[in-house]
Design a protein around this ligand. Structure first.
Ligand SMILES: Nc1ncnc2c1ncn2[C@@H]1O[C@H](COP(=O)(O)OP(=O)(O)OP(=O)(O)O)[C@@H](O)[C@H]1O
Length: 532
C-alpha cells in the first residue's frame, strides 16, 4: 500500500508526483491541503536535474481502501480516522520545464516518479518571465491569486499573425483593449488602428457597470505614441491637440456601399462594375445624371466610360444606386469631403508605430464600418505597393475590428476588404485584431488564421468549443477555467509563450497611473495647461 509519509520528514513538502504522462501529471496531497484549480506548481526532478511547472486542472478525493463504500458506512470516521490513506488526487497540466541551461522549454518529457511538487518561490518566476514579450497586458493568475512578479506580455512580432479577443459583454473587453493600446503606445513596436464610435477611448467615459473610466489621453507619459483623428468640435480638438478626421471622395470605392445597404443581385453587379473606378468620378456621375432619361449611347457628361459600363442596367437599379450614394454622402458628411484626406497622415502615424485612434462619437454603425473599410483598404494597398516596390523594411500594422462578426461572418462577400486582410494581410505586415462576443459567428477560415487568442469569459458552450478547436494550443482542458473567469480575467494562447497563460488583466486606470508614475510625467490637465 502506498504511504504518504514523507521520507524527508519535518517541514518538507508532502506533495510527490505519482504519474501520469507527458501531457498530464497526477499527484497526491494530504486530504486537508488547500489547493485551487489554476494554481501553478513547481516539480523538481532531481534525477534529471530539471524543473517543471504545471497548472492544477482538477482535484479529486482519493483513498487507499479497497472497499468502495468505505466512506458511506456508518461510523467511518470511528473505524478509520482521516489519516494518510485518505488524500486529494491532483491532476495538473504541464506548462514546460527548465534545464540546467536555464532555458524554458515545452513539456516534451516527464518528471521522475516521486519528484517533489511545491509552490514556486520568487526566484522561480524568472523562468516564466523569460517567455514573455513586450506588450504587457496583465499579471499571471494562479488559482485564487496572482503571481505579481510574472507580468504577462504578448510578443509584438506575432501580431501580424492576427489576434482574437473573445468576451461576453461586461467581461472587461474595453478595459483590455485600452490596456493593450497603452502598452502599444509605450512599446512602439507596430502601428495599431482602432475606430471608436462610442468616444470612450479618447478621454474615457462610463464602463458597462457604470463606473467612470479614463481614456488614452490620460496616459500622458505615452502621448507621443498616440495620434487621434476625430470628428469632434474645434474646441475639443484644440484643447487636446487632436487632428481632424477627413476622408475624401477618392478614398471611397463603390464596394464600400455593400457595408451600408442590402443589395439585390443587379445592384451588386453595378458595384462590382465600378469597383476600381475612382470614388470622385463615381460620385460625380451619380450626382449629375438623370436616370429617367439616361441613355449610354447619347450620354455627353464628364464620365463616358462609366456610362458605357452601366449601359445594360435598368434605370430603376441605377436610381436606387443614386439614392444610396446620396445617402452615403449625407450620413458621412461630418468627415467626408470632395478633396483633402487624412489617410496619408493616418498611414504615416501607423508607420511611426503609433496607436491611431479614429474617434467618431455618435456616428452610426454604418459610418464606423465605412471608415474602417476605407482605411483598411488603403493600408492594404499601401503595404502591397511597398511590397511590390521591394521596400527594405516592412512596416507592421494591426487593425482592430470590434464586433467583428458584422464583417467577418460566414455570409456573402460583402466584406471583401476585411477578408482579404485576414487571408493575405500577414504577407504584407497587416494583422487584424478581431474582437467579438460571438466567435461561432465568425467565418471558420478567418478563425483559423488567428494565432493569438485572448479568451475572457464566454458563457456559450458553442462559442467555447469553436475557440478550443481553433486555438493553436490545446484549450479544451481549460474549459472549466474559461467558464469560471471573472471580469478582467483571461486565458491567453499566443505564439512565443509555450503554454496558455491565465492572466489577470491590469485595470487600465491603475496601469496608466503606474506608467505615468515615472519622474517627469505630468497629469493630463497640467500637460494641457502648459500647451497654450
Ligand atoms: N482587469 C480588470 N480588473 C478589474 N476590473 C475590471 C477589469 N476589467 C474590467 N473590469 C471591470 O468590469 C466591468 C466591465 O468592464 P468593461 O466595461 O471593460 O467590459 P466590456 O466587456 O467592455 O463591456 P461591454 O461589452 O458592455 O462594453 C467594469 O466595471 C470594469 O471596471
Amino acid at each position: 500500500m502506498m504511504s504518504l509519509i514523507d521520507i524527508d520528514g519535518g517541514d518538507a513538502s508532502k506533495y510527490r508526483l505519482i504519474g501520469d504522462r507527458v501531457l498530464s501529471y497526477r499527484f497526491a496531497v494530504p486530504h486537508d491541503a488547500e489547493l485551487y484549480l489554476g494554481d501553478v506548481l513547481k516539480i523538481t526532478d532531481s534525477v534529471k536535474g530539471l524543473t517543471f511547472f504545471a497548472k492544477v486542472s482538477d482535484l479529486l478525493h482519493g483513498c487507499n481502501f479497497s472497499d468502495p463504500k468505505w466512506d458511506t458506512r456508518p461510523h467511518t470516521e470511528h473505524f478509520y480516522g482521516i489519516g494518510e490513506d485518505v488524500f486529494i488526487l491532483v491532476e495538473a497540466i504541464p506548462l514546460g520545464f527548465v534545464g540546467e541551461d536555464g532555458v524554458f522549454r515545452k513539456p516534451r518529457t516527464i518528471p521522475a516518479k516521486f519528484s517533489r511538487v511545491e509552490q514556486p518561490q520568487a526566484e522561480d518566476f524568472a523562468f516564466l518571465r523569460q517567455v514573455m514579450g513586450e506588450i504587457e497586458v496583465g499579471v499571471m493568475k494562479t488559482g485564487q491569486g496572482v503571481l505579481k512578479d510574472v507580468r504577462v506580455a504578448l510578443h509584438a512580432t506575432v501580431m501580424r499573425q492576427h489576434m482574437g479577443v473573445f468576451a461576453t459583454t461586461g467581461m472587461g473587453k474595453s478595459n483590455f483593449m485600452k490596456v493593450f493600446c497603452a502598452s502599444c503606445m509605450q512599446a512602439r513596436k507596430f502601428g495599431l488602428l482602432i475606430v471608436d464610435p462610442h468616444g470612450e477611448y479618447v478621454a474615457g467615459g462610463r464602463s458597462s457597470s457604470g463606473t467612470a473610466t479614463q481614456g488614452l489621453l490620460h496616459y500622458q507619459a505615452g502621448r507621443d505614441g498616440l495620434a487621434v483623428f476625430t470628428t469632434r468640435s474645434d474646441s475639443f480638438r484644440k484643447k487636446y491637440l487632436l487632428d481632424q478626421l477627413y476622408l475624401d471622395y477618392d478614398d471611397f470605392r463603390a464596394p464600400d456601399l455593400l457595408l451600408l445597404y442590402e443589395h439585390s443581385q443587379p445592384q451588386r453587379e453595378v458595384v462590382e462594375m465600378l469597383e476600381s473606378t475612382p470614388g470622385s468620378a463615381v460620385i460625380d456621375f451619380f450626382q449629375n445624371t438623370d436616370f429617367a432619361t439616361f441613355d449610354a449611347d447619347t450620354y455627353t457628361g464628364r464620365h463616358p466610360a462609366i456610362a458605357r459600363d452601366l449601359k445594360n442596367f435598368s434605370p430603376s437599379t441605377l436610381s436606387v444606386m443614386q439614392r444610396r450614394i446620396k445617402g452615403m454622402l449625407n450620413r458621412n458628411r461630418g468627415f467626408l469631403r470632395e478633396r483633402g484626406s487624412s489617410i496619408p497622415d493616418i498611414i504615416k502615424a501607423l508607420h511611426e508605430n503609433k496607436v491611431v485612434l479614429i474617434d467618431i462619437p455618435g456616428m452610426s454603425e454604418q459610418s464606423e464600418l465605412f471608415v474602417l473599410s476605407i482605411i483598411t483598404r488603403m493600408i492594404m494597398r499601401n503595404h502591397q505597393g511597398e511590397d511590390a516596390r521591394g521596400a527594405e523594411e516592412q512596416k507592421q500594422v494591426l487593425i482592430t475590428i470590434e464586433e467583428a462578426q458584422r464583417v467577418l461572418g460566414s455570409g456573402l462577400g460583402s466584406t471583401r476588404t476585411f477578408r482579404e486582410a485576414a487571408m493575405e494581410g500577414r504577407k504584407f505586415g497587416v494583422g487584424l485584431c478581431v474582437v467579438t462576443q460571438q466567435p461561432k459567428n465568425i467565418d471558420a477560415r478567418v478563425l483559423a488564421q488567428l494565432n493569438t487568442f485572448v479568451v475572457m469569459g464566454l458563457s456559450d458552450r458553442g462559442d467555447r468549443d469553436i475557440i478550443a478547436s481553433s486555438a493553436k494550443q490545446d484549450l479544451s482542458r481549460l474549459d472549466t477555467e474559461i467558464q469560471t473567469l471573472e471580469p478582467g480575467e483571461a486565458v491567453i494562447s499566443t505564439l512565443g509563450i509555450p503554454f496558455p497563460v491565465s492572466t489577470r488583466i491590469h485595470l487600465f486606470e491603475e496601469y496608466i497611473q503606474d506608467l505615468n508614475g515615472r519622474p517627469g510625467s505630468r497629469p493630463i490637465e497640467e500637460g494641457l495647461d502648459t500647451s497654450f
